[in-house]
Design a protein around this ligand. Structure first.
Ligand code: NAP
Length: 259
């Protein structure tokens, strides 16, 4: 399917690995020029070069912490015009509700709520002026059903979801859509670190920890970054212009609910 976005320009945050990389690859395959971002320059440049080689699109790589004002300024300055924005950052650490301090919450809110909001605040006016834009926020299945050990994530991401629900409807008249993509468990470094938490907590091997978590998913496996990226690229396509303020869950059926 031709996604109709060849030649558009996208900023994909936190995209040297994992789900962000999956989104960058799928957009590049659709002919979109990219600005990619991550904190560590080495893996970022490697991923950027791989995408240039495979898809022949322009890729600007900006090593910066997207959760800081300085980092965002550097990324936005390098990106120039942005038609497609994919927001993403590392997720908060797991823990117990009774352990978290105000500082822990501020850090989680900064990374997973206020950073995407700051990026949208900067970029949406330009998209509206041009009459076209797509924003996809990578959030989490924890927005639909809370995950006990990820209370910081539950809190920050539902805050972002509420913001999107209101804002998406204000920018839609200008040809700009905002939607959220909700990953369940995907086979990325983040999943490995959560497997490792389970393995340590229960004194079982990493393989057993993964098998235990896979058994909770009706699809009986983790998702892949390619599947995730393909959905992101579709939401950014010309075909998805009527999709506004949706929360698209990719979790292999793990969240047990009807609608
Ligand atoms: P990942 O495999 O660990 O990759 C994270 C990527 O983000 C890396 O490229 C990392 O590069 C970059 N990054 C992290 N913090 C950053 C920052 N402050 N500024 C710029 N770049 C940053 O993680 P993932 O699995 O793709 O997860 C992506 C998001 O989805 C996370 O918020 C995660 O909590 C959420 N999520 C993931 C899953 C899952 O199963 N994978 C499920 C639900 C939700 P550097 O380290 O070099 O910065």
């Amino acid at each position: 399917m031709d996604l109709g976005i060849k030649g558009k320009r996208a900023l994909v945050c936190a995209s040297s690995k994992g789900l962000g990389l999956g989104c960058a690859e799928a957009l590049a395959e659709a002919g979109v020029h990219l600005t990619m971002n991550a904190r560590s320059a080495g893996p970022l440049e490697e991923a950027a070069q791989d995408i240039r080689d495979r898809f022949g699109v322009e890729v600007t790589a900006v090593a910066a912490d997207i959760t800081t004002p300085d980092g965002r300024e550097d990324v936005l300055a390098a990106a120039g015009q942005i038609d497609i924005l994919v927001t993403n950052a590392g997720g908060p650490p797991p823990g117990l509700w009774s352990d978290w301090s105000r500082e822990d919450f501020i850090a989680a809110l900064d990374a997973n709520m206020l950073t995407p909001i700051a990026l949208m605040t900067e970029i949406l006016p330009h998209m509206m002026q041009r009459g076209w834009g797509r924003v996809v926020n990578i959030t989490s299945q924890s927005v639909k059903a809370p995950i006990g050990v990820l209370g910081l994530s539950n809190a920050a991401r539902t805050g972002l979801t509420g913001y999107v629900a209101g804002t998406a409807r204000q920018v839609a008249p200008h040809g700009v859509t905002i939607n959220n993509l909700l990953p369940g468990i995907h086979a990325t470094d983040r999943a490995v670190s959560l497997d490792s938490g389970v393995s340590q907590q229960q004194n079982i091997s990493m393989e057993e920890a993964r098998a235990q978590r896979e058994a909770t998913i009706p699809a009986r496996r983790y998702g892949t970054r390619e599947e995730f990226g393909a959905m992101c690229a579709f939401i950014c396509s010309q075909h998805a212009g009527f999709m506004v303020a949706q929360n698209v869950l990719l979790d292999g059926g793990a969240t047990n609910f009807t609608i």
